[in-house]
Design a protein around this ligand. Structure first.
Ligand SMILES: NC(=O)C1=CN([C@@H]2O[C@H](COP(=O)(O)OP(=O)(O)OC[C@H]3O[C@@H](n4cnc5c(N)ncnc54)[C@H](OP(=O)(O)O)[C@@H]3O)[C@@H](O)[C@H]2O)C=CC1
Ligand SMILES: CC(=O)C(=O)O
Ligand SMILES: [Mg+2]
Length: 417
């Protein structure tokens, strides 16, 4: 067993199996405590909630609780390995919610026969939570699932692999193109992958200025083009009227490569075909579309990012989902809309351009970090992410009319100081 594999398994197994547990927020030591916590005291909040469901936010943990829900059909880039095998990833997302945004989170892995079964299961338990983070559900079912749940649930429902990934990709991409001296409106973009992450990333890049006709998307069968008759309605939106058919055809002179597909699918020779000063986001986890060492040995003028923690420029939805939910829940938003997503993009982008706090340098094990090719996007442990993104998102929710309560006075002020 490799040393790292052994360490990873040991980390998950000891001192207790798994990565999360439940803690109590109230005393439960005396007879009086138990009388308040359970019978007879618990009947009082029950009656209050039955009279007005909004009281669930006052008397239970609902408002600070996010469910991380998966069916294990697209676990990272490992594929459809089933709900139970997805549990370490879902516990991991719960860990990140708590560590980075103080949100309580529970993982739920759903075994189901039909897409409708899955939707019904989630819709039927949704009221328990303040928000629902859907995770690692493959395309195209993920689109139908998210749409149906948004319609049926009164709390924010957010498919992280779509929108969390898109927000972080857009923030990193706008910064990377700025550093390379390129404009997103002119950029020729190749997107390898045509699933949950790919479709959402490209749609958000278009909202940020990219031209749809400059985007070449590929799935396992090659370029998605207008003469294909096997495209689902989501891929159809990216059907390009072109004679180009292969990755090599479209990567020639491209400015941008976004990989949200699988490991080792982009070769050094492919990379050499790209235009001057390219931007390469090889975001497949755990193994990127091209290894960064190989990419940097192939050319010196590129900006390179991966989804991993152990290389510079980590383009990973961890930079978004804890913080966007924090802001959404703090104003009891009914949805996470485009205005909130764009606010998150701008907040993430701007942090990368400012001096980096000492504690981030220490955690990253480096002496300095400065906006540039090796630092296009903040590190996940940057303490500015929480106040800046949550506040921007909460304000966007209020301004766009989906907030149900006002922000508390001096919101996040102590963390911003
Ligand atoms: N860094 C980050 O933050 C994130 C990274 N990701 C990564 O993106 C990848 C996809 O995830 P997700 O979108 O959720 O999964 P989906 O299952 O929804 O989509 C996978 C897509 O990849 C395509 N694909 C797979 N293998 C190949 C191949 N050999 N050549 C071309 N296309 C291929 C599939 O093609 P087809 O349609 O033909 O089946 C499909 O369109 C994963 O590796 C995941 O780890 C995802 C979310 C966040
Ligand atoms: C990061 C993540 O969500 C993924 O790779 O699926
Ligand atoms: Mg995921």
């Amino acid at each position: 067993m490799s040393d790292f594999r052994e360490q990873a398994l040991h980390y998950h197994a000891h001192p207790v199996p798994g990565k999360i547990s439940v803690e109590l927020t109230k005393p439960a030591e005396t007879v009086k405590d138990l009388a308040l916590a359970y019978s007879p005291g618990v009947a009082e909040p029950v009656r209050e909630i039955a009279a007005d469901p909004a009281n669930a936010y006052k008397y239970t943990g609902k408002g600070n609780m996010v469910a991380v829900i998966s069916n294990g059909t697209a676990i990272l880039g490992l594929g459809n390995l089933g709900p139970l095998a997805s549990k370490p990833v879902m516990e991991g997302k719960a860990l990140l919610f708590k560590r980075f945004a103080g949100l309580d989170s529970i993982d739920i892995e759903v075994k189901h026969r039909t897409t409708e079964d899955f939707i019904n299961t989630v819709a039927n338990i949704a009221d328990t939570f303040g928000g629902i983070n859907l995770e690692d559900i493959k395309a195209p079912e993920c689109f139908e699932i998210e749409k149906a749940l948004i319609e049926r649930c009164e709390i924010p429902v957010f498919h992280d692999d779509q929108h969390g990934t898109a927000i972080v990709t857009a923030a990193g991409m706008l910064n990377a193109l700025e550093i390379q001296g390129k404009d997103i409106q002119d950029a020729i973009i190749v997107c390898l992958g045509a699933g949950a992450a790919a479709i959402a990333c490209m749609e958000l890049l278009i909202k940020c200025g990219a031209q749809r006709e400059h985007i070449y998307m590929l799935d396992r069968k090659g370029v998605i083009h207008t003469r294909r008759d096997d495209l689902n309605e989501y891929k159809q939106l990216f059907a390009n009227n072109t004679d180009k058919r292969t990755l090599q055809d479209v990567i020639s002179d491209a400015d941008v490569f976004v990989g949200v597909s699988g490991p080792d699918l982009l070769s050094a020779d492919d990379l050499k075909l790209m235009a001057d000063k390219p931007v390469v986001f090889a975001c497949s986890n755990p193994d990127p579309e091209i290894n960064p060492e190989l990419a940097h040995s192939a050319r010196t003028d590129l900006i390179m990012a991966t989804g991993r923690s152990d290389y510079p420029n980590q383009v990973n939805n961890v930079l978004c989902f804890p913080f966007i939910f924090r802001g959404a829940l703090d104003v009891r938003a009914t949805a996470i809309n485009d205005e909130m997503k764009i606010a998150a993009v701008e907040a993430i982008r701007s942090i990368a351009k400012e001096p980096v706090p000492e504690q981030v340098l220490t955690a990253a094990g480096v002496e300095s970090l400065e906006f540039g090719a090796q630092y296009i996007i903040p590190k996940p442990m940057d303490p500015r992410l929480l106040p800046r993104i949550a506040k921007a998102v909460a304000y966007a929710a209020i301004e766009s009319g989906v907030a149900q309560i006002e922000l508390p006075a001096n919101y996040m002020a102590d963390l911003e100081a």
